[in-house]
Ligand binder design. Structure first.
Ligand code: TRP
Length: 464
């Protein structure tokens, strides 16, 4: 049955609720886990500067575009783009962009939930004092042993998906909005506590200079593309998560104003996470560029050496778990909204069916850590020869689907939609011209570069 155009979804109770929910979506593993380690790998301060520029120049305008498309259509991205296309006399095939987003959300949540599950597991390990006084190799072994047992990884992945289900099934106001009203203030509180801890007990000066001393010689072209791609991921752009949240935004709210706050809060959390992590890592005599193991190997060891480390380590992993949960909700919501529109299903049923499907897809990631650790499905393609299913899901969604989605969003909002429509919906006065210029000329070019990088084009012609 096709959607008839009735407003069937609720609205956020205020624009502040939207800001909380969208900040919850933006702040996630990307901020706490990925940002610090890619900053560490790419030379610290110079990378941070480029990243800030990417947020300002690409992130904010594209986020405004997504919110604008959502609020104008008031529907899930799939139906919303179809009805916007109707209004603007464009091809209904634009709804394919909504499908691309739903597919990306499926893929991302399927492995995101597995990693989030590790974080939940570490809340308990920390609280039990597992790492107190433990040597580095033993800490690494705890992580390795967890990954090697598929039923353990599966259990935590299942728990995380159940939590997502419980919140999203309750709806926009009593589910997502209630959850972020509690979790987001807690998240900020925990983060500030951890920064204070790092300030008192860590090597804060070195942490600061590492994050803010710009060494441009350590900055490669590749690092710039990484920064750009990450700006996208961290703001949850390119898949319709922000679009669907925007579709619940009250009419009177300012899109530009809310977007600045959300991007600012997200950036603040990324920087503060670095300031919570690096000072204590340095104080323990370790180096910053620890790679993906930073969160689950380096940090547990570090907390194990620090005074009151078990307590603050528990808080740290609670922080990570909350951040991951509020992001998980937004990865699920576009598909839920679509099913609620198109089927005679209750929201509960739609959420259950989707959660179960994503959980099942997550089995691929669960097993690629153990039973299928040596299974390289695309091993016959040389750059992918050592990529597990988990790596492929991550690469395909983050490096290809999100930039492609973001590119199409910018093209739709900047080139296909009538100027009168976007001007009316954004209602932002003089800044509108700047926005339109960026979305038409700057964003598509830069996003296309990220996409080309994700597709391996630069690498193939030997440029990078
Ligand atoms: N932004 C989140 C993070 O930084 C992840 C995330 C949530 C996301 N929803 C998304 C990424 C939608 C891309 C698209 O961890």
């Amino acid at each position: 049955m096709a959607y008839q155009g009735k407003p069937i979804h609720a609205e956020w109770s205020s624009s502040f609720a939207f800001i909380l929910a969208a900040t919850g979506s933006a702040v996630g593993l990307g901020n706490i886990w990925k940002f610090p380690y890619i900053a560490g790998e790419n030379g610290g301060g110079a990378f941070v500067l480029v990243y800030l520029a990417c947020i300002a120049v690409i992130g904010i305008p594209v986020m405004m575009a997504e919110t604008m498309l959502g609020r104008r259509s008031r529907q899930s991205p799939i139906n919303g783009l179809a009805s916007l296309a109707d209004q603007e006399n464009l091809s209904r095939r634009w709804s394919g962009l909504g499908w691309l987003g739903v597919a990306a959300g499926f893929l991302i949540l399927s492995f995101y939930s597995v990693v989030a599950g590790w974080a939940v597991a570490y809340v308990f390990k920390m609280a039990a004092g597992t790492f107190t006084g433990m040597e580095g190799p033993a800490v690494d072994a705890v992580f390795g042993a967890m990954l090697a047992q598929w039923h353990v990884v599966l259990g935590w992945h299942t728990l995380f998906m159940v939590l997502c289900f419980l919140v999203v099934a309750r709806g926009i106001r009593s589910g997502i909005e209630q959850a972020v009203r509690v979790l987001m203030p807690l998240l900020f509180l925990l983060l500030l506590l951890l920064v204070a801890y790092a300030y008192h007990l860590g090597d804060f000066g070195r942490g600061l200079s590492f994050m803010f001393t710009a060494d441009f010689s350590a900055l490669s072209g590749e690092a710039m593309l990484v920064a750009l791609g990450h700006a996208f991921f961290t703001l949850s752009l390119g898949m319709g998560a922000i679009m669907v949240y925007g579709s619940y935004l009250p009419r009177r709210a300012s899109i530009a104003g809310t977007t600045f706050l959300i991007a600012g809060a997200d950036t603040l959390v990324a920087l503060l996470s670095g300031l919570a992590i690096f000072p204590i890592v340095f104080a323990t005599g370790l180096e910053a560029s620890a790679g993906p193991g930073l969160l689950f190997q380096t940090l547990p060891y570090v907390f194990g050496q620090m005074p009151a480390g078990a307590f603050f380590g528990t808080l740290f992993f609670l922080l990570v778990s909350f951040a991951a949960l509020t992001s998980g909700l937004s990865l699920l919501e576009p598909a839920v909204a679509y099913l609620v529109e198109n089927r005679d299903w209750s929201r509960r049923k739609a959420t259950a069916v989707l959660t179960f499907s994503i959980w099942a897809l997550g089995l691929c990631s669960v097993f690629s850590l153990n039973l299928l650790a040596d299974f390289y499905p695309l091993g016959f393609i040389e750059p992918l020869e050592d990529k597990t299913l988990f790596d492929l899901f991550d690469g395909l969604s983050s490096n290809i689907m999100l930039p492609l989605g973001g590119l199409l969003i910018a093209l739709f909002a900047g080139w296909r939609m009538h100027q009168a429509s976007s001007r009316d919906e954004l209602a932002m006065g003089r800044g509108y011209r700047v926005w339109r210029f960026i979305v038409r000329y700057v964003s598509p070019v830069l996003i296309a570069l990220v996409l080309a990088y994700g597709l391996g084009l630069f690498q193939a012609i030997g440029l990078l």
